[in-house]
Design a protein around this ligand. Structure first.
Ligand SMILES: NC(=O)c1ccc[n+]([C@@H]2O[C@H](COP(=O)([O-])OP(=O)(O)OC[C@H]3O[C@@H](n4cnc5c(N)ncnc54)[C@H](O)[C@@H]3O)[C@@H](O)[C@H]2O)c1
Length: 489
């Protein structure tokens, strides 16, 4: 039987629910919006009127179209008004007890054929479904914030979901102009599972003192081309929400990397929840840093490693004197790996600084335990002279960008290899859900499987974190000489 979804209910008209109601109404469906709090109900109504009003002002809607959209939505405080809905989606707070109580009520009120959906970001859809007498008709429909703008919808099926229902709900999502990805009921689904693990890793590296908040943010934004750095994004998502999602992930996986970094707990406990409280990793009243210094005063520079000639030529063009490592005031070692081993062979190891050029916008400036602050500052200045942003960090395996990026890519390979989602769906989910310029499998192809595999080996050797060990599939592909994971039969 193919269902027809014409009348839908949206329960909870907060941040997500109001936007979801708008999405359905714009696609021509009749919507009943149910909100427990009368003030929130008025805000929900205001959201719809405001949003369609702006579209009218910009010429994206005509007066008649706007009136039609507004006419399709009814607002109520009574769940009983959902008796004839074909599908009801719930967007109430992320608390299992609230969701279970609501689904028990919806199961009693809604007609037997109705599909019940939850917009939960992290809770078990299976557990929510189990409170009803129709677990076969319960799915997750995970929209992203802001719902009218973000194209992705994760459609979650459980072991009890009726055959074919997830596809029908995915077809509904397409009718809404969204791109659905189909996934099973695993904590965090695709996006939050990959994203929050990476964000938490960034927080752990910050706590370990690998680099500062701003250097890590700059590294990921300018080095990888992500829309924003991890700490800006954590502040945007909300540290409390991030903390909760990580707790749910950890509860299911028992993977140490899902255990929220202590700094998250500390900031949440202090009430520093991110943008919504005016402070999180970033505080509003912070003064800007000192302006970058002008041309550094360096007598002579030695450049070692792969690509040394090109960099030395650029520095010479900029008026710097280049010299041998023994004679130079600053020794720059271009390297993807820690440079401390080179220090032993130098007469003045405090002048040695590691440099890793990432993409064409940043350079990681690695200080060893022996590097003097003068030498590090001088190299930061040289990096600016050659048109890059310096990212200061400690001399650790894979420095900053690759230390954060490779485990994320490894997680994506493990996710695919476990049969959880397809390569295309994982790539789409990360692009559409996070605004990433490319999906993890596209990034893997671009970087090269072997480079990433070797980087993961180095990370594992340095940090001994079990999940940094290359995913067996990645290892096998490299061993077999396969260039892209897409080339698998
Ligand atoms: N905020 C996000 O970025 C985001 C993104 C994706 C998914 N989600 C998920 O969407 C859900 C809602 O999140 P939100 O941020 O919109 O929350 P919110 O707090 O902004 O809104 C929840 C609304 O539900 C109402 N409500 C509570 N209990 C109710 C009940 N029994 N009946 C009717 N209304 C009720 C509240 O009054 C409130 O207006 C959560 O499960 C969350 O995890 C949130």
């Amino acid at each position: 039987m193919t269902r027809s979804f014409e009348k839908v209910g949206v329960v909870g008209l907060g941040t997500m629910g109001a936007g979801i109601a708008e999405v359905f109404a714009r696609a021509g469906l009749g919507v009943t919006g149910v909100e427990a709090d009368p003030a929130a109900l008025e805000r929900g109504r205001g959201h719809l009127e405001g949003s369609t009003g702006r579209a009218l002002a910009k010429g994206r809607l005509t007066e008649a179209e706007r009136a039609e959209i507004l006419g399709r939505v009814t607002f109520t405080t009574s769940l009983e008004d959902l008796a004839d809905a074909d599908l009801v989606i719930e967007a109430i707070p992320e608390v299992m007890d609230f969701k279970r109580a609501l689904f028990t009520d919806l199961d009693r009120i809604c007609k037997p054929s109705a599909v019940l959906a939850t917009n939960t970001s992290s809770l078990s859809v299976t557990e929510i479904a189990a409170t009803t007498a129709r677990p076969g008709q319960v799915v997750g429909m995970h929209f992203f914030n802001p719902a009218p703008v973000m194209k992705l919808v994760e459609v979650i099926h459980t072991v009890t979901t009726e055959d074919g229902l997830a596809e029908e709900v995915a077809a509904l999502a397409r009718r809404l102009g969204k791109t659905p990805v189909s996934v099973g009921d695993r904590a965090g689904f695709v996006v939050n599972r990959l994203l929050l693990t990476y964000l938490n890793h960034a927080a752990v590296l910050l706590e370990n003192g690998l680099a500062t908040r701003d250097d890590i943010d700059a590294a990921m934004k300018l080095g990888v081309g992500l829309p924003m750095g991890p700490f800006t994004l954590l502040d945007l998502i909300g540290l409390d929400t991030s903390y909760e999602v990580l707790c749910v992930l950890f509860q299911e996986s028992r993977d140490r990397r899902h255990a929220p970094a202590p700094i998250l707990r500390e900031l949440v406990t202090a009430g520093l929840l991110g943008r919504k409280t005016g402070g999180g990793f970033h505080r509003e009243e912070e003064p800007g840093g000192p302006p970058p210094t002008a041309k550094p005063s360096v007598g002579s520079v030695a450049v070692l490693g792969e690509g040394a000639e090109e960099l030395a030529a650029k520095l010479a063009d900029a008026g710097f004197k280049t010299a041998s490592a023994e004679a130079a005031d600053v020794v720059v070692a271009l390297s993807r790996n820690p440079v401390i081993e080179l220090a032993a062979g130098l007469p003045r190891p405090k002048r040695l600084v590691g440099l890793h050029l990432v993409g064409d916008r940043i350079a990681e400036v690695a200080s060893t335990a022996l590097t003097s602050s003068e030498a590090a500052r001088a190299v930061e200045g040289l990096v600016r002279i050659v048109g890059r942003t310096p990212v200061r960090c400690k001399d650790r395996a894979e420095f900053v960008v690759d230390a954060l990026l490779y485990p994320y890519l490894n997680d994506a390979v493990r996710m695919y290899d476990s049969g959880y989602a397809t390569i295309e769906d994982i790539d789409s989910a990360m692009k559409l859900g996070c605004g990433y310029p490319s999906g993890p499998f596209e990034m893997l192809d671009e970087l090269g499987l072997e480079t990433v595999r070797d980087g993961l080996r180095a990370l594992y050797a340095e940090y001994r974190e079990p999940s940094f060990a290359p995913a067996p599939l990645l290892d096998q592909l490299v061993t077999a000489g396969v260039r892209s994971i897409r080339d698998l039969p």
